[in-house]
Design a protein around this ligand. Structure first.
Ligand code: NAD
Ligand code: GLY
Length: 352
């Protein structure tokens, strides 16, 4: 088992990574809380696969679990579902000394995380991610959110978990294309600061535990320096500004990971053509993304994507901060007028 300790300003906690940890979850949770009631928040697919094993382990360790399962997919990440969960917790009479466990992918993690930050003004939260994306990214760092009709992740909070438990064995049941979604976030880490990850991506499953731990360490280091996303943490949004636009344009038919993959390519091509990046960086990124089985192009127009981008959180007045991939394995932040950002998108979409 590997342990990565996150020392964020608001909380210090351990991320535990190791095969077989799901069956030991009760014992690992008891290290951060005495016996209490626990609400396991999960989606219906993950529920059938892993909820019983988790709850058995929790009971053995003296916890009293209840469960809330919602339909899988991004369309469940909304305020109505959030209210349903909050009301369930109130009906079940969970108190401030009780706990929430997010069991699932990024959708369960974001939804349960926001619930934990709101219920009774904050109860203990354990993240048990079951997708590659949630293991390497969403379960760590404390961003929680739901989507509004106007845009993605527009209602949220920063709320660090009390512990994260990653068991790579659960990835065995993950469909290949959902595994690929997580590869997009892994490739993101490679491009922002660690190009060796691109070699690792030739066979990501060969050293899964190490790859997950390495990504978490990269995220940990950035989050420790900028928990509230006012500066350096925005690097973790590489590919996300245009990616979120694409997700929204597709009515969330295109998954987060696939939209981010396309968003990274659009930024790399835009930067190469605007003279702030290189063709070599673009080609390397396209090769790694294609090898991971992810898309690199979209049929949406600049107008369609940019309309959605304008409601993104990364916008501040008439300015927006873009993450520019200036060369392979490196990105920098640039605050620019929204009109310049649109030029990046237009040039990024132009494959000539
Ligand atoms: P997801 O949670 O929708 O999971 C994808 C699918 O995989 C679902 O259908 C789920 O039922 C299924 N699944 C999950 N684990 C499984 C398993 N072990 N075996 C079989 N099926 C399994 O999607 P995701 O890609 O994990 O997460 C995407 C979400 O994460 C987006 O909403 C995105 O905005 C969010 N996100 C948040 C952060 C953050 O910092 N909070 C970072 C990145 C992404
Ligand atoms: N996934 C981006 C972040 O956590 O900041």
């Amino acid at each position: 088992m590997q342990t990565v300790t996150v020392k964020a300003e608001s909380r210090t906690y351990d991320v535990l990574i190791g095969k077989g940890l799901l069956d030991r979850a009760g014992e690992l949770v008891s290290e951060v809380s005495g016996p209490c009631r626990v609400c396991v928040i999960t989606d219906e697919t993950v529920e059938t696969l892993y909820a019983a094993a988790l709850e058995e382990s929790l009971k053995k360790a003296g916890f009293d679990p209840v469960r809330f399962a919602f339909p899988p997919g991004e369309t469940s990440k909304n305020p109505e579902q959030l209210i349903r969960i909050l009301r369930f917790l109130a009906e079940e009479k969970l108190t401030r000394s009780d706990m929430i466990i997010a069991l699932g992918g990024g959708v369960a993690g974001d939804l349960a995380g926001l619930t934990a930050s709101l219920y009774l003004r904050g109860v203990k939260l354990i993240q048990i991610p079951t997708t590659l994306l949630a293991m390497v990214d969403s379960s760590v760092g404390g961003k929680t959110a739901v989507d509004l009709p106007e845009g993605k992740n527009l209602m949220g909070s920063f709320y660090q978990p009390h512990r994260v438990i990653c068991d790579p064995e659960v990835l065995a049941t993950l469909p290949e294309d959902i595994f690929a979604d997580g590869c997009a976030e892994v490739i993101k880490y490679g491009q922002i600061c660690r190009m060796e990850i691109f070699d690792w991506m030739k066979d990501p499953k060969a050293r899964m535990e190490e790859l997950i731990s390495e990504c978490i360490r990269i995220k940990r280091d950035i989050v420790q320096r900028d928990e509230k996303d006012t500066g350096e943490r925005q690097l973790l949004n590489f590919g996300h500004t245009f990616g979120h636009g694409i997700e929204k344009c597709s009515g969330y038919e295109i998954s987060h990971g696939k939209a981010v993959a396309i968003g990274m390519v659009l930024m790399a091509r835009g930067a190469a053509r605007m003279g702030t990046g290189t063709e070599e960086c673009l080609h390397t990124l396209v090769r790694v993304i294609e090898r991971a089985g992810l898309p690199t192009e979209t049929g949406f127009t600049a107008e369609e994507i940019f309309g959605a981008v304008l409601s993104d959180k990364k916008r501040a007045g008439d300015f927006i901060t873009l993450v520019i991939p200036d060369h392979t394995g490196h990105c920098r932040l640039e605050r620019m007028p929204v009109e310049t950002a649109k030029q990046y998108l237009i040039r990024g979409l132009d494959r000539r």
